[in-house]
Write a protein that binds this ligand. Structure first.
Ligand code: TEU
Ligand code: CA
Length: 531
């Protein structure tokens, strides 16, 4: 059973927006806050009641906002603080919540704190970052290359877990903890309802053990941020590298006073042997991971973050589904399998219209600092064509192309030149075309989210897996009191599905199936009340 705080959070449906690519209203080819405001009805009509914005703070955009130069001001390209205030007011007027993306592990080297810190060893910011005369270890950057950069001004090396211009903050310094607490309090005072916290596990390092993350003070630092009374009401979702249940409980246990939930990434490796190499896979392996974490979260009274896609990952639909002939079937089947589980649903922009992984013909068309670093390394082992193919598969630009509002040349995203090339299939896959289709994925999501919101069994009920371990389909039930629902999702093959109980006619199907049992087509699904 969930504690009241977590139980309330299961009523949220969070729509993730990559602001740079969502909607441009001033013709500069870059999405902005006014553009988001103009689309709030679209988001609310889908059935989402909260919005998670990727970083909007001032940034030179080396890592598109994850390199913050001022946590308390808005990135020039996205608009002004007045725009942000208006966005908060417009969301709250609709009863919707705003989740901001907090980046506590590092700042841009153009942040005032870094610019002061590099000046010397005796100013208030000198110890805001990790400075060493010599490299203390051989840590590598997540974006390839050395994680230590020599700064000519300071005459020492500093740590950057990510890009050279993303300097890691030294959380061992109480002034850093206080500065980040002030950032959280500033935005909570403005009405922000929660945070997604970037690479939360990195904020505590263990130099002695050679670990850049999961250090001995990690949970102390998380509580320093979110265990305080004045922020005890907000929603927090950490982005972490947690793999085992004990560590998850330390982060999100109901009595830990730390995070509301955590993104778990095991299922991100479905359909790939590594981030840039595809691998044949199936909905079964995805189902196994999702249901394992569903039962573990449930056992510990924790919230399961229910997501497939985000701004760092190519679409699950393209990796596990059939994003061509069965795009509607697999998009709707995947959604049904995931979003009727217990937890907090996250929908990434475009997922609701069956958006697929993007494809670009030239390496010059890519923007993502991570994939460009990898491309240079790939060239040492592969031909340019092979390297481009790997980047097309794993690049984060896959998910960062402009939102496709219509089938026009600029997708209805901008009147200017889009900062990143539009999706190669935007003429076929866009909001306007989807809503005009009799197989609308948006409308299916609407029906799915309505069914979920109107039946407490999907919000609070117990989950039980009914289907066998090796079946090429999944049947799970959600039960609360005398209310019991069966969720039936077929995987890639045609299956004969017999149910161990009798059901009413389906309340939701993706292919119009009139009865719950019988022969299911690939990706066919049905949701039925159990008699
Ligand atoms: O990503 C954290 C992270 O580990 C990245 O390496 C991410 O997992 C990778 O891009 C997946 O291929 C977060 C943000 O989501 C990402 O956009 C930022 O670039 C990164 O932190 C640094 O802030
Ligand atoms: Ca703009």
């Amino acid at each position: 059973m969930l504690c009241d705080k977590f139980r309330n959070f299961t009523r949220m449906v969070i729509y993730q927006i990559y602001p740079r690519s969502f909607m441009d209203t001033n013709g500069d080819g870059i999405g902005d806050l006014q553009g988001i405001i103009s689309k709030l009805d679209y988001i609310q009509d889908l059935g989402a009641n909260a919005v998670w914005l990727c970083p909007c703070f001032k940034s030179p955009n080396d890592d598109n906002g994850y390199d913050v130069s001022d946590y308390m001001d808005i990135m020039d390209e996205f608009g002004t603080m007045e725009d942000m205030d208006r966005l908060i007011a417009e969301l709250h007027a609709r009863g919707m919540k705003l989740i901001l993306d907090l980046v506590p592990n590092h700042t841009s080297t153009s942040h005032k704190w870094f610019q002061e810190s590099r000046k010397g060893r005796d100013n208030p910011y000198s110890d805001f970052y990790y400075w060493f005369d010599e490299k203390p270890n051989n840590w590598r950057s997540a974006f390839k290359g050395d994680a230590w950069e020599f700064d000519e001004v300071r005459g020492q090396y500093y740590l950057h877990t990510f890009a050279v211009s993303q300097a890691d903050l030294n959380w061992e310094n109480p002034a850093v903890v206080k500065a980040m607490q002030d950032v959280v309090d500033f935005w909570v005072a403005k009405g922000v309802d929660g945070f997604r916290i970037d690479v939360i596990d990195c904020i505590s390092k263990d130099f002695a053990a050679g670990k850049n993350g999961f250090g001995p003070r990690l949970h102390e630092f998380i509580r320093d941020l979110f265990g305080r009374e004045n922020v005890s009401h907000i929603f927090t979702v950490g982005e972490g590298a947690v793999k085992d249940i004990d560590e998850l409980v330390r982060h999100c246990g109901p009595d830990r006073n730390e995070l509301s939930t955590l993104f778990l990434f095991d299922h991100m490796d479905c359909g790939r042997s590594d981030k840039f190499t595809p691998m044949d896979d199936s909905m079964k392996s995805l189902k196994d991971i999702l249901l394992r974490w569903q039962m573990e979260n449930d056992r510990h009274g924790m919230l399961h973050s229910l997501f497939y896609d985000n701004h760092d990952q190519p679409a699950m639909l393209s990796r596990i589904g059939n994003d061509r002939e069965l795009r509607y079937e697999s998009a709707t089947g995947l959604a049904t399998m995931l979003y009727l589980l217990k937890g907090v649903p996250f929908i990434y922009q475009g997922q609701e219209i069956g958006q697929t992984a993007a494809h670009y013909d030239n390496i010059e068309d890519f923007d993502d600092i991570e994939c460009l670093g990898w491309y240079r390394e790939f060239l040492q082992k592969y031909t340019p064509e092979e390297a481009l193919e790997k980047v097309n598969f794993g690049s984060r630009d896959n998910a960062r192309h402009p939102m496709c509002w219509d089938g026009s040349e600029k997708c209805g995203f901008t009147t200017g030149t889009p900062w990143l090339l539009p999706h190669s299939r935007s003429a076929e896959i866009n909001v306007e075309a989807d809503l005009a289709s009799d197989k609308s994925i948006y409308r299916f999501y609407q029906d799915l989210l309505k069914l979920r919101a109107r039946n407490d069994a999907f919000l609070d009920g117990d989950t039980e897996v009914i289907s066998g371990e090796y079946e090429e389909y999944v049947i799970y039930t959600r039960t609360l009191g005398d209310e019991k629902w069966a969720v039936i999702c077929n995987f890639e093959k045609t299956s004969l599905i017999r149910l161990p109980f009798s059901c009413e006619a389906p309340a939701l199907t993706n292919l119009g199936r009139p009865t719950a049992g019988g022969v299911y087509k690939p990706y066919e699904c049905a949701v039925c009340r159990v008699r």
